[in-house]
Write a protein that binds this ligand. Sequence first.
Ligand code: URA
Length: 433
Amino acid sequence: MNFVDLIGKKRDGLTLSYEELATVANGAATGAIPDYQLSAWLMAAFLNPLDEQETAWLTKAMAESGARIDLTGLPKPWVDKHSTGGVGDKTTLVLLPILAACGLTVVKMSGRGLGITGGTIDKLSAIPGFRLDLSPEEMKAQAAEIGVALTGQSPNLAPADKALYALRDVTGTVGSIPLIVSSILSKKIAGGADTIVLDVKCGSGAFMETPEDAQKLAAALVETGRRLGLAVKASISDMAQPLGSMVGNALEVKEAYDVLKGQAPNARFQDLCVYYTAETLEACGKVSRIEDGKAQALEVLESGKALKKFKEWVRAQEGDAFWDSGSLPEAAVVEPLRFGGAGGYVQAIDARAIGQAVIDLGGGRKRKDDQLDLSVGVEILVRVGQQIREGTNLAKVHASSLEKILEVGPMISKAFTFSDTPVQEPPLILGSF
Ligand code: URA
């Protein structure tokens, strides 16, 4: 097959067959197709988006372009959860132990931070010793023992995505919904999951800034999953404001631990974890009503079963028992940021600005090889809609020095906007598919 013909077909808006899409995926995975031809094909697919069948075929071909974790022998369902990424999104750290405590098998590959959105791998690396390089065999053995295992992205799983994603990143083709869908789902399928729950974030701190785009992505993820025989549920959640109180790697681990301990500083984050537990239990047929799933989530949280599972998980991956040793990194300087007005209501907390501030504090990357300062971040002390007075502490900034706080503080202040009249907090869940 001449690859120029495949570029021409997509350029002219024609439909590709499974064999043709497998040529793209395998050519990317093996390096047989040069980057300039793949880039031209990606741009053609960006301008003439793949239809639903093509998206499913490309996803399947990408999933089959390398190794696949075979979970045969482990109790079903085999669950994976994915978030399209947000500011302060530490949901995986709480959801995985809850799901395992509910009796599900959870095997997950996670990524590093991308732009302003943090990554689970970076957050977990704040726990001294926590291994993020488990092999497929180690993942399977650990999941058999405690029901949960998580690793960083393996180059052997869905290698087509690794190659295509790197090219999309530098050719202006990241934002194509069919390409995003095939990228996300191919990795999940290669990771062995049969039930996938997706948290599509929407708002200034997310990839999808408008509800229309988020809905299109959520619907496409569910349809592609359905065509490939997976149980997929997707919901859209608000990412106009950061999720929970903490933004920053070690701070988010601390907040996740506090939720598992029953001391959630921000009920909205706990509500999200409870909601996605219920979605997952419903997706795999363990409950027939979302309310029953929420009740199960609250039971494992309140009884301490989820906390126990979290501790087993950290120990299994050789992480330090930071809850006893106090070994999470702590910032050198912590300064409050106060409200300077006479009084009012918090109207908005711009997630994008807070995410950018955490990058500037050193908690996220500007270049792909930047070393992170895992201790820094922003602790948000108010919620949208909350009434405030002169001098109310809005946030605490955790930084490496006072100079850094002086440099980044104004950006954090600007993230908060206020109203003289009462404000309604926007709903947490904006839709479900
Ligand atoms: N996350 C992914 O894994 N792939 C994309 O294309 C976008 C977000």
